[in-house]
Design a protein around this ligand. Structure first.
Ligand SMILES: Cc1cc2nc3c(=O)[nH]c(=O)nc-3n(C[C@H](O)[C@H](O)[C@H](O)COP(=O)(O)OP(=O)(O)OC[C@H]3O[C@@H](n4cnc5c(N)ncnc54)[C@H](O)[C@@H]3O)c2cc1C
Length: 409
């Protein structure tokens, strides 16, 4: 077995920056938390086994959406009371638990189509501006705009919500991937971009790389991101069957980006894990107070717009809004880093989302082997969840199938 990896590193959309920030602080540019942390999670036991004593002290659970740990600020500089913040969260919860809509039986519509009537009833003011901030936060989590997200699947699909226990790694998620890579001495060939896969009737698949290398293989497991499949960065000969291509085209592949800022002081409330800023262009931040870091995240059209904007302009916009929201603080920005997964040639976006008329079945079609049963498919987009552990599980799923074919136990 050989793993052909285009980048000069392992990890893909898991990447920890250990150079940019002061005091040797690490920051995850892509995935940050092991979601659904527990015995069922294939990364749980690996994380436990490969933790040092220091990690055991520092790795910790991270709480999202805990009302008492979620802050609210306002670009007008006015104080947001706990009640106002809680009211905005309550409105969001209500908007996102709609009653079944008969239209959905006939045709799928967007999440925005469903929530718009109730949203329209919110009167202007601070609460509405906070609700807007929270909706932008949801677009970041979903990696797409609410008017592109399937209502049928988001509200009435059979996915399990997995955000319960989130493990944050002090040395970054990338350090765990590196430890797994070292521990199992994985046979990875770096700097090897696959450009063409030829499936003939013989019992060998031919793989060509950008370095003009040709590799023959009995079976191929394709794990490149859905964004790369959509943009046809690998040419398949003959072309993929229509049912596979349709699934690639119809499943959504979204955008979510991070703007990571390190300050000279922690000027926000130390108790908050996240906060919203009413009226801000980047209204949602994740807090790392010990590192003096705020991570602003943004999704969908806003993310695509951000990556097309100069770094200095994005930073100036965020600092302007922060100075308005915290008028009595004189903080200074020390370091920053902005992700650009949307433009990354080996990602071309962040993770999958349910576009209209897609369902769990679309993921299953993306996972199904094809082409004389020589091409296998794994990766985040071949099961629901959009996470590292779900992507990891798809690799295990396909590896088992291939071992069975090879009659290896
Ligand atoms: C900003 C952001 C935040 C996220 N936060 C979280 C989080 O907190 N927790 C979580 O669980 N998930 C999170 N995710 C999602 C998670 O990162 C992905 O679901 C997961 O990493 C996908 O793993 P994968 O193996 O399917 O794909 P990848 O990690 O993208 O691996 C695919 C590999 O294929 C390589 N490749 C691409 N094209 C070629 C080619 N032509 N030839 C050879 N190699 C190629 C790539 O370089 C890459 O290494 C986040 C993602 C983003 C972008």
């Amino acid at each position: 077995m050989t793993i052909l990896e285009a980048r000069n590193r392992v990890g893909g959309r898991v990447y920890t920056d250990t150079h940019t920030f002061n005091n040797g602080v690490s920051a995850d540019i892509g995935a940050e938390w092991i979601h659904a942390y527990g015995v069922e999670n294939p990364l749980y036991s690996l994380h436990q086994q490969l933790q040092t004593n220091e990690d055991k002290q520092d790795d910790h659970y991270f709480d999202f959406d805990e009302p008492e740990m979620t802050g609210c600020y306002d670009t007008t500089g006015s104080i947001v009371s706990r009640q106002t913040c809680a009211k905005a969260q309550y409105i969001i919860d209500k908007l996102f638990s709609p009653k079944y809509n008969e239209t959905l039986r006939v045709r799928d519509v967007s999440v925005w189509d469903i929530i718009r009537p109730e949203y329209g009833k919110i009167s202007e003011g601070q609460i509405k501006r906070l609700v807007d901030a929270m909706l932008i936060g949801i677009e970041e989590y979903e990696a797409t705009d609410l008017d592109r997200l399937s209502a049928r699947q988001t509200f009435f699909g059979d996915d399990e919500e997995e955000l319960d226990e989130n493990m944050a790694l002090q040395r970054g998620f990338g350090s765990l991937i590196q430890r797994i890579f070292n521990r199992f001495a994985l046979p990875v060939q770096l700097n090897t971009e696959v450009t063409r896969i030829i499936i003939s009737n013989s019992d060998r698949v031919q793989i060509s790389t950008k370095n003009d290398e040709t590799i023959q293989s009995k079976y191929v497991l394709i794990t490149v991101p859905l964004g790369c499949l959509k943009q046809k960065t690998i040419v398949f000969e003959p072309a993929l069957p229509q049912w596979k291509q349709n699934a690639i085209d119809s499943m959504g592949f979204g955008n979510t980006e991070k703007i990571i800022l390190q300050f000279d002081e922690t000027f926000w409330d130390w108790n908050f894990t996240t906060f919203y800023i009413a009226g801000a262009s980047f209204p949602f931040a994740i807090c790392a107070p010990k590192k003096r870091i705020l991570v602003f995240t943004i999704g969908g059209t806003r993310a695509r717009h951000m990556v097309a904007t100069k770094d200095e302009d994005t930073i100036a916009t965020i600092l302007r809004d922060l100075r308005r929201a915290f008028p009595n603080h004189t903080f200074k920005l020390e370091r920053y880093r902005i992700s650009r997964w949307t433009q990354d040639p080996y990602a071309r976006g962040s993770y999958s989302y349910y576009a209209f008329n897609t369902s769990l079945e679309t993921f299953e079609t993306l996972a199904r082997e094809c082409c004389h049963n020589q091409l296998f498919w794994a990766g985040e987009h071949t099961s629901s969840g959009g996470s590292v552990h779900t992507a990891f599980a798809t690799g295990q799923r396909e590896a088992k199938k291939i071992l069975q074919r090879l009659k290896i136990k």
